[in-house]
Design a protein. Structure first.
Length: 650
């Protein structure tokens, strides 16, 4: 190698303080060669740790240049610095800085995860290192179950995991008893003998005596730099950095697995909090999925009702359209139109209708009812089935017969308890009519119908009851196999020709179906949009808890960064956690919605909830997106933490 391994040139580290900026390092120039063992001594506050952090690329100089193996570090991005830390440096801290919820082996493996080493190689190497350090029976102990000396040996193993070409030990014996301290120094000397470059911070001169070069600091400056002992050990074998970054895909998979595992730990260690956080997502997703399922169910129900009514029906109504105020003064829909329509081969049957309301009377019972004048075809056109009796014959219609067909509601109102109304005579206002048939109960698409309906021949209605010579509407049934749309076009042409102008509009059940479809879709969308608001609120809850999680785990983030985690690794870890929370919330929400669909039929029988695959897929997508969206800010906050500051946080 050309030149020193680590080279500082006029490096200062300046902290902004309230008044005068504070120079923790003051224009330090220093070369450290590969294979050296250097001790840095000095009183507390003299800048030793600051220097150490700069050497390890955890911190960057405010002024001056720092070169690692001849490469300037000033222009390096955070991730490039992370790569240097990962592949060249190994940190040993006074207070070990192990992750408390991972066991010894898992702690040791972290640097290798970020370097992308395969799992099998990682396990093998961590076992090998821990065994070499006398911890083969402590592989699966957590830091809390280990003594200080053992924890420090675990952190040595971690420093060596990716090669540990340069070991930076900041007061490694500071928290250890003297015996463990001795062992630790023996270990560092052994590593030095094996070719590792060692930089050691201590305030203990006895510890420093183990080094071959002692640098003394005071007030951010180097006040002495002396070699001691004659043996300037030449590195026998340079430690390789063969354990550096590995293939991109496997690396990514390994890091993602690690992030997943960490997210699992985080969620499991705060179960109640996680559940409460999820609640917003659960309710939101359950609401969206249920509303959509209900909307679908309602739509299907309406469609099937309309289909039962017959999809090939066209109504002809005077006026320009719904709510035309002049419609009542248009009297052009007359019996000859009906005859003309009936002669068309695309029309199966046609029935006029003119309606009024009337008072029904039978013996001492009265009821008001809607009275419609219709033709014999009406019942076929509208799909009414008879429960009893018969309908009028064409001859009876021609003869203005005083006959009436009543519906089931009327039958039960006027003839309660009687075996059959057929054959009885009722008074329609003052017109006596004989009941000849009773229709079956029929649900309209819009729910249950309590109205009373009776039907008399339209001729009788025109001539005997209402005294009008025109119809309120004509309803036709299109011949089976005939296209609804062209039938509608043809009859419009026919009637326009007959009337001289188009003074009517048509309404086919086809169009109604389309309108209803559109309406229910709009309604569903609207309610779902409201439900989405609760999802957003849930997302904000997730963001909140993620921010808490980040600040709680700042120290952990610092440790991960020190062993070489990229910003993207930290970001990914917290994003995955947020997404996981939201996805679990989403899954629970879908489950809750399913529960609702089980309970719902107990209260409402006419509509069943219809789950569609796309509502489930969009719920899952939605919760993932919410996780990413609301996890982003906290995750970015975590990723942008300053490693040194994060490490010093507890
Ligand atoms: P040592 O490790 O030698 O005890 P440090 O390197 O930790 O000393 O600190 C050197 C000086 O820099 C101390 O006076 C300390 O108060 C100051 N210092 C360290 N970190 C910061 C910081 N983040 N902000 C302001 N001053 C700091
Ligand atoms: Mg210190």
């Amino acid at each position: 190698m050309i030149g020193p391994l680590l080279k500082l040139r006029d490096v200062s580290r300046i902290y902004p303080t309230g008044g005068e900026p504070f120079r923790a390092l003051d224009r330090i120039s220093l070369n450290i060669d590969a294979g050296e063992m250097v001790a840095i001594i000095g009183p507390s506050g003299s800048g030793k740790s600051t220097l150490m952090n700069v050497l390890g690329c955890l911190d960057t100089p405010s002024e001056g240049d720092y070169f690692v193996a001849g490469q300037p570090t000033a222009s390096l991005a955070p991730d490039a610095l992370a790569q240097l830390r990962r592949n060249h440096f190994g940190f040993i801290f006074q207070r070990y800085h192990l992750l408390p919820h991972l066991d010894a082996a898992q702690n040791v493996e972290i640097p290798a995860i970020y370097a992308g080493t395969s799992a099998s190689l990682r396990h093998e190497r961590s076992q090998h290192l821990l065994t070499r350090l006398g911890l083969d029976d402590r592989l699966h102990h957590r830091p809390g179950q280990l003594s200080g000396g053992q924890q420090q040996r675990v952190s040595v193993a971690r420093a060596l995991m990716n090669g540990g070409q340069v070991i930076l030990a900041d007061e490694p014996t500071g928290a250890l008893d003297s015996k463990s301290g001795e062992e630790m120094m023996g270990l560092l000397k052994e590593l030095h003998a094996n070719g590792h470059t060692i930089v050691l911070v201590t305030h203990d001169s006895q510890v420093a005596a183990h080094a071959e070069r002692i640098i003394e600091m005071r007030d951010g400056r180097i006040v002495a730099d002396r070699a001691q002992g004659s043996t300037n050990t030449v590195a026998t074998d340079q430690p390789s950095t063969a354990h550096g970054d590995k293939g991109a895909w496997r690396a990514l998979a390994g890091r993602t697995m690690e992030a997943l595992r960490m997210a699992g730990f985080a969620m499991a260690s705060h179960r109640m909090r996680t559940l409460l956080t999820m609640l917003g997502i659960i309710i939101g997703i359950a609401a969206v999925v249920s509303v959509v399922a209900l909307g679908q169910g309602a739509q299907q129900k309406i469609i099937s009702d309309i289909n039962a009514m017959g999809t090939n029906i066209i109504s002809i109504i005077p006026g320009k359209g719904w709510g035309d105020s002049r419609a009542s003064s248009i009297h052009t829909l007359v019996p000859s139109d009906l005859d003309a329509l009936r002669q068309q081969d695309y029309i199966d049957s046609a029935s006029p209708s003119l309606s009024t309301s009337g008072l029904l009377r039978y013996r001492n019972r009265t009821a008001s009812s809607s009275v419609s004048g219709v033709s014999e075809d009406f019942f076929r056109v509208r799909g009414y089935e008879l429960e009893q009796g018969r309908i009028f014959s064409p001859a009876e219609v021609r003869q203005l017969a005083q006959l009436v067909v009543i519906d089931a509601n009327t039958a039960s109102t006027l003839f309660p308890g009687e075996s059959s109304p057929v054959g009885q005579v009722i008074l329609l206002d003052s017109l006596p009519c004989r009941v000849i048939g009773v229709t079956q109960k029929k649900d309209s698409p819009f729910g249950h119908n309590d109205n009373l309906n009776v039907w008399i021949p339209y001729t009788s209605a025109m001539g005997r009851l209402i005294g009008q010579s025109y119809f309120n509407s004509i309803t036709v049934r299109v011949t089976d196999g005939y296209d609804n749309e062209s039938a509608e076009k043809n009859l419009t042409q026919l009637l326009t020709r007959r009337h001289g102008s188009k003074d009517f509009y048509t309404n086919s059940s086809d169009t109604i179906l389309k309108t209803i479809n559109k309406t229910t879709s709009t309604m569903t969308l609207l309610i779902a949009a409201i439900a989405v608001i609760s999802l957003v609120v849930g997302g904000i809850g997730v963001m909140n808890i993620m921010l808490v999680s980040v600040s709680e785990r700042t120290h952990e983030i610092g440790i991960r960064m020190a062993v070489g985690a990229r910003q993207s690794d930290i970001m990914q870890q917290f994003l995955i956690e947020a997404v996981l929370v939201c996805l679990m919330g989403g899954a629970l929400g879908i489950g809750l919605s399913y529960l609702v669909s089980l309970i719902f039929p107990l209260f409402v029988t006419s509509i069943t909830m219809q789950f569609t695959w796309w509502s489930i897929v969009s719920a899952v997508t939605c919760s993932t997106l919410i996780g990413i969206l609301f996890g982003f800010l906290p995750a970015r906050n975590a990723a942008r933490l300053d490693p040194v500051e994060a490490l010093s946080r507890d």
